[in-house]
Design a protein around this ligand. Structure first.
Ligand code: ADP
Length: 395
């Protein structure tokens, strides 16, 4: 079956058409600047990217252009939309309602809408993608795959905040976690590579991208993860602060004369390694800066790696041990320096790093030595493929 995977944001939309039998992407791309002017990026497998400026006042035009590109006589990859068997949608927040992927019905849409409060920037945009696909491809099954679902197995002791309990009862304020599709995909792949049943392994996944989170898996279930009610909690990220003393918010609000929106903007967009380095949120720039003697760039990398190591250490305590650690996402897959810095803190676990393997990029790698007590891997994530698989399983 061919599955169209859609990740719809408020002004952009990423898509892939995947053949579920070969698990190859037939075409990938994105629509940018929806509602502003509009640009379609379309890349059939093995070909160059084609960028076209096209007016996209709404998501309707954007998705229509994607469908036109996929079926175009010159460089399309399918003859007609009849070949598309189903559409898989990334939905950011499923609250406590969704513990796994589901086929989308009117009731499901209403239940996702009830979670809008928890992700006001993402869920409504995700649903626009769903509704537009329903309209443009009537009769085709649509499946919702949630970022939060994988973490719904966390026990109450892990998801409950030290806040008045009524906030949980009244407003569902608790830890949810994100990047669930990636943590799910990478942890299952880790068990496959190790060749042991998933249920028998203690696995820690470090998804280190621009947004970054860590998860701890035991007995085949996610036991804890570093993001919380929103993706702001946990690690120091590209531009997000991660964990801070909450009192800093009041302190800085007074000093800088900021309201809550202003403070949230600082914590989400001007903090993290970007804020510390005052150079960039991108680790390629930070490494280059650090190598050229930029102390703040060096400090940003150290703060980042130290926080990752602290989280891994705390999850080893939570799981009472660890068998496998897996690095994934942009930094996890491509930044050997950061992996080395993180693993440098974990010698007490009996981890020993194979420097030569760690120096490589991109592919699946075992980066611990044969005698290391914990197996450490680099496993490229593939959230689109995970969404494709979940979609096929349901339809
Ligand atoms: P997201 O999906 O959250 O936007 P990604 O997983 O794509 O993030 O990761 C993007 C980040 O990965 C970049 O901001 C950069 O910091 C890092 N990155 C990508 N390639 C490299 C590289 N070759 N070396 C170091 N860091 C890299």
């Amino acid at each position: 079956m061919k599955v169209l995977v859609i990740n719809c944001g408020s002004s952009s939309l990423k898509y892939q058409l995947i053949d579920s039998e070969t698990e190859e992407a037939l075409a990938t791309g994105l629509c940018e600047r929806i509602g502003i002017d509009g640009r379609l990026v379309y890349q059939p497998a093995g070909c160059d990217k084609i960028k076209t400026d096209l007016a996209m006042p709404t998501h309707n035009e954007a998705i229509q252009f994607v469908l036109d590109a996929l079926t175009n006589a010159d460089n399309g990859v399918i003859k007609s939309l009849d070949e598309v068997g189903a559409i898989g949608h990334r939905i950011v927040h499923g609250g406590e309602k969704f513990t796994k992927s589901v086929v989308i019905t009117d009731e499901v849409i209403a239940a996702i809408e009830e979670c809008n409060d928890l992700a006001p920037l993402h869920n409504p945009a995700n649903l626009i993608g769903v509704r537009t696909c329903q309209k443009l491809m009537p009769g085709k099954p649509n499946v919702a795959v949630f970022d939060t679902a994988f973490h719904q197995t966390m026990p109450a002791k892990a998801f409950t905040y030290g806040l008045p309990y009524e906030y949980y009862e009244k407003y569902a304020v608790r830890r949810y976690g994100f990047h669930g599709t990636s943590h799910d995909f990478v942890s299952h792949r880790a068990a496959e590579i190790v060749g042991k049943p998933y249920e028998d392994l203690k696995i820690i996944v470090a998804h280190l991208g621009n947004g970054a989170s860590i998860s701890a898996i035991k007995d085949g279930k996610c036991q804890d993860t570093s993001m919380g009610l929103t993706p702001l909690e946990g690690l120091v990220m590209g531009t997000r602060s991660g964990d801070i003393d909450p009192s800093i918010m009041e302190f800085i609000a007074k000093k800088e004369n900021l309201d809550i929106a202003g403070i949230m903007n600082v914590l989400n967009k001007q903090s993290g390694v970007q804020g510390i380095s005052q150079l960039s949120s991108d680790f390629r720039d930070l490494e280059e800066g650090a190598n050229a003697g930029n102390d703040k760039a060096q400090l940003a990398m150290e703060v980042f790696a130290y926080r990752v190591a602290k989280y891994i250490g705390s999850y080893v305590a939570a799981l009472n041990g660890v068998d496998v650690i897996a690095f994934t996402a942009g930094i996890g897959e491509n930044a050997p320096t950061i992996r080395k810095m993180v693993l440098g803190y974990l010698g007490y676990l009996g981890i020993s790093v194979n420097e030569e393997e760690n120096g490589k990029r991109g592919d699946e790698l075992l980066i611990s030595t044969a005698d290391s007590k914990v197996k450490v891997y680099v496993i490229p994530t593939n959230e689109e493929l995970a969404i494709c698989r979940a979609t096929v399983a349901l339809v």
